[in-house]
Structures are given as structure tokens and as C-alpha cells.
Design a protein around this ligand. Structure first.
Ligand SMILES: [Zn+2]
Length: 335
């Protein structure tokens, strides 16, 4: 059955050569604007024939390194240097990006849990549906730049997700090698079909991602890793030659997250006091932290422990926790 038609439209011509910076218009009918639209920024840089690559950021609104790096890229890129087509979304879930929040203030929608979306969904699901039905089918590859957002902090890393298609996974691994982040991570379990990467993989795209900072802040190192890695990624795909003065790529350390046992969750509501820092190497059974009870100081803190041995790549940034909040996750080395 054919997928339903998207209600989003654009004046940008995906087939025209040159650089166009415009908008995807999403109908949004509210009291103050009955025939109003939400203008999601869209840039298309095209020249000659070649692959199509989608670069996107602001999937989560409070993750900023990709948003900044892609703004620079859109302004500076010369279409004459492109061989093929580059589509850029600097603020994919625009309402969330403008609000500086993970989810959209319009419908509380988490775009990276909204795929493949539907035209009858709220604004967030409509964006996912446009990507699934219009943009991903046009593309050969995509890179979705994330960070930890307000509640998490990550080591700077780029990622791929195993697709179950050995040839596609091999090509994604080659693209990740080319991007050459300091730390490269493979998501070895794919249990959420609602992710943008899972949707991109269903279209057989080379789909990279990454976590380039966190804390709701802007990490300069993350922007620099994206800028250099993105140019090597585009060069690898044959869309745009990397500049000659690009610094030599680091040799990435490769890690993977095999399953949920590599995550640590808060065991109680309270104040979480971590026992290790981001970047630590820990052993299974090591203390991860303890939940304190400032409202009940006579009560002993409740500990939680790592269930696996590995590298602490992610930690929670906020002191107060609810039972079930993720406070750490680990990854282990692969060759
Ligand atoms: Zn994210």
C-alpha cells in the first residue's frame, strides 16, 4: 500500500542546481494563525550528478553542536565544489530547537521516537513522516548529529547502528572509518523502530549518527569533530572533496553497546551522587553511585553498581533522580 502523502510543502526545488536556503512549511492551524505554518529551515546544495546526502541536526532541540556546525556549513559551502546533492536540516524539530528542549513544546513529541510518523500525527510525527516518505527515499546517506541534551553528557563520539544487512553495515562502517571520530561506537542492538536511524536503515541508507556533547551546553570540541568528520564523510561518499588543510584524522577507538545491561538506572527517587566520572574504565560490580535522601538524612544511601566492565561514555548531568532514570551507560572495546 502506498504511504499517505505528506502535508508539508516547500518552495525549494530539490532538482535545481546551486544553493537554496528556504523552508519546509508545516501546516499548523491555531487561534492566533488559522492558516499558519511552521517554517522548518531547509538548505539544498546541488551540482551535477552524484549521491544525495542528508545532514541533519536539531532532531532533539537541546543538542547544539550539530546545529552550529551545519549553520556554518550552509553559509560557507560553494555549490561548485559539490558533485551531487547535499540536503541540510539545521533544526529538524524546529519548535524543540527554538525552545531549547528535547521534545516539541507543541505536542511534547520526541522526534527520535516518532518514526516513521503519520500525516495525522501532531507536528512531530508529521516531520518524521516527511523524512520517511520524501527525504530518505531521495538519499544515499545521512548523518544525524546528536548530543546528550540537557540531562546527559557524552564523550564525543560518532555512531552507526547495525542493520541486519551485512553489505549495508560494511558500507556504514567504511563511512564511519572515513568520518574518523576520536571514539566510534556501534549500537549493536536495534530495538526501537521509532528512531530516525532505524527509519533511514529501512530505506537502505548509510546512516551515521553521534553524540557530540551534552549538558544542554555547546561543546567546541564537538563542533570541530563534526566539521572535520563531515568533510571526510562527504569526501568518502564522492560528494565533495575534503579541503587539503584538514588535519589528519585520528585513529578511532571502536566501542559497542551490546544490550541494556550496559546501562545503569537510579534505584530510588532522591539525590544521585556518582562514584565515577565520564571517561572512567570500570569493572562489573564497581559502585556506580548512591542515591541520597536529603529529606530523610537518617536513611542510608542506596547504592547501584555497574553490571558490565567497560568505558563510561555517558553520565546523567542532573543531581535529582527518579527511580528508572539512566545515570550511566558503558561501552566495550571492539577491534
Ligand atoms: Zn538526541
Amino acid at each position: 500500500m502506498a504511504k499517505a502523502r505528506s502535508p508539508l510543502w516547500t518552495d525549494v526545488d530539490y532538482e535545481a542546481p546551486g544553493k537554496q536556503v528556504g523552508f519546509l512549511h508545516m501546516p499548523h492551524s491555531v487561534t492566533r494563525s488559522a492558516y499558519g505554518t511552521i517554517p522548518i529551515p531547509l538548505a539544498v546544495i546541488a551540482n551535477g550528478s552524484g549521491p544525495t546526502v542528508l545532514l541533519m541536526a536539531g532532531n532533539h532541540g537541546d543538542e547544539y553542536e550539530g546545529q552550529a556546525a551545519l549553520c556554518d556549513f550552509v553559509r560557507k559551502v560553494d555549490p561548485a565544489e559539490v558533485q551531487g546533492r547535499i540536503i541540510v536540516l539545521t533544526a529538524t524539530n524546529l519548535p524543540a530547537a527554538v525552545a531549547g528542549t528535547r521534545t516539541s513544546p507543541l505536542d511534547d513529541g520526541n522526534l527520535n521516537r516518532a518514526f516513521p510518523g503519520d500525516p495525522t500525527d501532531g507536528p512531530t510525527g508529521k516531520i518524521a513522516h516527511y523524512l520517511d516518505t520524501v527525504l530518505f527515499p531521495m538519499c544515499d546517506a545521512t548523518h544525524d548529529f546528536h548530543s546528550g541534551g540537557a540531562s546527559l553528557d557524552y564523550l564525543t563520539l560518532a555512531t552507526m547502528r547495525l542493520s541486519g544487512d551485512a553489505d549495508l553495515d560494511r558500507r556504514a562502517r567504511a563511512a564511519l572509518d572515513a568520518f574518523a571520530p576520536p571514539l566510534a561506537m556501534v549500537w549493536a542492538f536495534t530495538n526501537e523502530p521509532t528512531l530516525s536511524s532505524a527509519c533511514a536503515l529501512s530505506h537502505k541508507l548509510i546512516a551515521l549518527g553521534g553524540e557530540f556533547g551534552g549538558r544542554g551546553a555547546v561543546r567546541l570540541e564537538g563542533i570541530r569533530v563534526i566539521e572535520a568528520g563531515m568533510r571526510r564523510f562527504l569526501d568518502h561518499l564522492g560528494v565533495m572533496e575534503a579541503p587539503a588543510d584538514l588535519p589528519p584524522p585520528p585513529r578511532p577507538r571502536y566501542v559497542e553497546v551490546p544490550d541494556r545491561s550496559w546501562y545503569v538506572y537510579a534505584p530510588e527517587r532522591g539525590l544521585f551522587v556518582q562514584a565515577v566520572d565520564l571517561g572512567a574504565e570500570v569493572e562489573a560490580g564497581d559502585l556506580a553511585g548512591q542515591v541520597y535522601f536529603p529529606e530523610d538524612p537518617g536513611r542510608s544511601p542506596v547504592p547501584c553498581h555497574f553490571r558490565q566492565s567497560g568505558l563510561v561514555i555517558c553520565q546523567r548531568t542532573m543531581g535529582r533522580v527518579e527511580r528508572g532514570d539512566c545515570v550511566f551507560h558503558l561501552a566495550r572495546d571492539i577491534d
